[in-house]
Structure formats: structure tokens, C-alpha cells
Write a protein of this length. Sequence first.
Length: 227
Amino acid sequence: MRVLLIDSALSLCTAAVFEDGAALAVRSEPMFKGHQERLAGFVRDAMAEAGIGFDALDRIGVTIGPGSFTGLRVGLAFAQGFGAALQRPVVGISTLDALAASIEMDRVAPDAVAALIDARRGQVYARFWRRGVVEGPAEALSLEAAAARLAALGPGVTLVGSGAPLLADAVPGAIVVDRPGPSPEALARLVVAADPCLAPPEPQYLRAPDATPPTRLPGQPRTQVRS
């Protein structure tokens, strides 16, 4: 199966082409902003290096978050546009699931894994696994609540993601893997294994956006509050 991978959810911008688990081309750079300007060029270059046409793709995979609001929208819009144009299925992959899968691709098999993304404001986006079995859905947790969950997993837990350093001291003996984003190899494996009907390319938001819509239109008078 030939897949095009798109990841712009965190601080990486990645476009990659895989065939049957082998990388044909990978374009990936650390990037906190500017994904919109670079992603199309990355896809173009990756496809050119892979030496195949877009019509040779079988599936498109894209990270759906949690992550940067703007980055997510860029990646999802791009992937959905390509999928519609090529009439190919678009598969959405959780960023947290892909981070956890990246540990396995590093040939590490810990008893417990916590995928953690720094969500700012004293929070992390988190998901937990014990012996390869996921323990509940992705959540937005305070640092204190996340530390308690890690303590319940016990010593030797592996923490992966940008939120890992924030909780490095929560569990004695924890292994910290501060990855800026999922590995393309892990994404490729998850995209191929996914059922497109069960993994739609829809954004995963775990808390309300920081920005809120205005309470009045431009030029509209302010509502007077009577005492």
C-alpha cells in the first residue's frame, strides 16, 4: 500500500511517502509556525523523490490532534482536499497515539507509556498505555492530575512528547523521550492498519480554543448594563 502522510499538528511539518512500510521519501523540519507556507512544497518534493504520481497513492494519512489549532487546520484541510481530488480515503490519526507508536518503532517495549503534549496553562494533553493496552481516552489534564495518573502506572514508565519533561520528576525512574512530533514510520504503520470508516479526518480538540468570538459586530453599540 502506498500512503502519503501529512503531519502539522505539533512543532514539526512533515510530508512523507511510504510503500508497504518502507519510506520512499520524507520531508520533515522543526516548525512552530508557518506550516501553511511550507506544507505544499514538502508534499511536492516528497512525491518527486518517491518517483510516483499522485494517482498511484492508495491512501492519505493525517494527524488530527490534539495539537496546535492552526497547524491542525492546515494539515486537515490539505489532506481532505487531496483526498477529494484523488478520490482516495483520508485516515485521521491521533497525535498521542502516533507518539506512543513512535516508542515502539524505536524498538523499546516499556511496561507503561504516557504520551504527553504540553498544552500550556499548566496542562498537558495525555493518554496512557499499560502493556500495550490503552487506558481510557485522550484527556486534557492539569500537571497535578497527570502526575497522579503517572504514579498509578508505577516506576519505569516511558514518557513521550513535548509534555514529557514537565512531568519527568513525577515518577522515579521514568524514561523521558522529548519528541517534537510522531515518527513518520509510526504514522505509516497506523495509517495502513486503520479502517478509514472508523478513523475519519476530524480534528480532536480536548479543550475550548483560547480565542473566543466577539460578542458584538463591528459598529454595533455596546450593551449597557443597568444597575
